[in-house]
Ligand binder design. Sequence first.
Ligand code: SAM
Length: 239
Amino acid sequence: MGQIRLYIAQPLSVNNAIELDEKQSHYLTHVMKRQVGDSLLCFDNQSGEYLCEIAETSKKHCVLHILKLQRSYCLPPDIWLIFAPVKKDNTDFIVQKATELGVRKIIPVLTRYTISERVKKERFIAQTIEAAEQCRRVDLPEVAEVIDFENLLKCWPTDRKLYYLDETLNSKPPLQAFINEDKCAVLVGPEGGFSLQELEQLRKAPFATGVTLGNRILRAETAAVAALACWQALRGDWK
Ligand code: SAM
């Protein structure tokens, strides 16, 4: 029987009890069929991951006792993912994979050719929680408000490198481009690609570096996953 992990949206500490909300109680007792005395892991995105035991269950509620701290809170490397929302399922995929691949922040950006302007932040957050529970993260990536391309560049923190994925093959491959071990971000274009004007703005920005992922045109979600995997392997916590 695999160990269940739950994100709890309240501070946790040893020897305290917590009452789960109706949704999590239902999941634990009805979907996963756990009973009083069974153990699970919980994390609070601020102090760490705890071993807990189910102390009480009723139809809609479930009380856990927090037994011990298993792992302290820690943050993954300081890399962000910025992407132009695509179709619903593919956007969910990008958010889920970015969480698994250890990004600290996810920023939806609206570019000239972005097809989907409806960004549901709550849905993004739900995806990050589910992915973090599954992949054993003790933190959650931050989900930023959607921003348009112009403002993204205008407000960019200049101490952070921006790696934009450039399908025009005018940029460096990951091994040469990914030089930063901290404070960086990967920017992926929409299905329609970046406009010529956007590429020009990116080329001129002193904090931005283009990256090519080879001569095959990848879907935006593939490009996001490939670039994050390369960065983690070369400069992040896979090295
Ligand atoms: N419509 C564009 C075209 O046909 O040339 C393709 C856009 S692609 C589906 C979506 C995004 O993924 C691009 O804007 C880029 O950021 C990234 N991407 C795809 N293939 C890439 C590659 N080979 N190298 C770098 N980035 C790539």
